[in-house]
Design a protein around this ligand. Structure first.
Ligand code: TYD
Length: 208
């Protein structure tokens, strides 16, 4: 985090349908109520170009090749980082990201079999090597029955590879912490607050 002011980047990760987005909103509201400056963004998206890439990726009729897909996610990420995430971190915000580069490693690297090292390498370039201070990896069986995007419609074997990819990332990177999501949302939210608390500046000193 050198040179990035006092900001703190927290990513929410995991398979679809585990309540990530809802929990991100809850954490954002809790942090705001405690007086922290918070920016929340989703991937892909969060910029004009990023939202266009999102539409392209999630609804395109023609399936892109796995490498083209990985590059498009990385392009949306580079745009979001340059235009929103880095400036807000420099300003000292807590930036909450609904997905980040771990999604690309898990979905494109493992799921679509581009290979984790290749996907990590191109994301190193896209992000300038910025890793989150903390990634909350949601784990569980999932519950949400809802319309699926093009990537969620892929077969169970794809999901299994994604799940395995996330597990390997969690073994490899100490900034990734597992959140057991098959519990009442209130319990999940309380668990997340306990994980996040050590990463926060004490309020008295934060904005004295
Ligand atoms: P998202 O909007 O987070 O979907 P959900 O709310 O259903 O979790 O993400 C959209 C889809 O894009 C999701 O299926 C995961 C996929 N995805 C990738 O395959 N690679 C990536 O790098 C990202 C950010 C998302």
């Amino acid at each position: 985090m050198a040179g990035l002011g006092r900001g703190c980047l927290i990513a929410f990760e995991g398979l679809d349908g585990l309540g990530k987005s809802t929990q991100l909103e809850r954490l954002r509201d809790w942090l705001l109520a405690r007086g922290y400056a918070v920016t929340a963004v989703r991937e892909p998206g969060g910029t004009a170009l990023g939202e266009s890439i999102r539409t392209l990726l999630l609804t395109a009729e023609a399936e892109p090749t796995p490498m083209a897909e990985a590059l498009l996610f990385a392009a949306a990420r580079a745009e979001l980082l340059a235009r929103v995430v880095r400036p807000r971190l420099t300003a000292g915000d807590i930036v909450l990201m609904d997905r980040y580069l771990e999604s690309s490693v898990a979905y494109q690297g493992y799921g679509a079999e581009v290979g984790p090292d290749a996907v990590m390498a191109l994301n190193q370039i896209a992000t300038g090597g910025l890793l989150p201070s903390l990634t909350l990896l949601f784990s569980g069986r999932g519950f949400a029955e809802r319309p699926k995007d093009r990537i969620e419609e892929r077969p169970p074997a794809f999901r299994d590879r994604v799940r395995e990819g996330y597990a390997r990332l969690a073994d490899e990177f100490p900034h990734i912490q597992i959140v057991e999501a098959d519990r009442p949302p209130e319990d999940v939210a309380a668990h997340i607050r306990r994980i996040v608390e050590p990463y926060l500046e004490p309020k008295g000193e934060a904005r004295g």
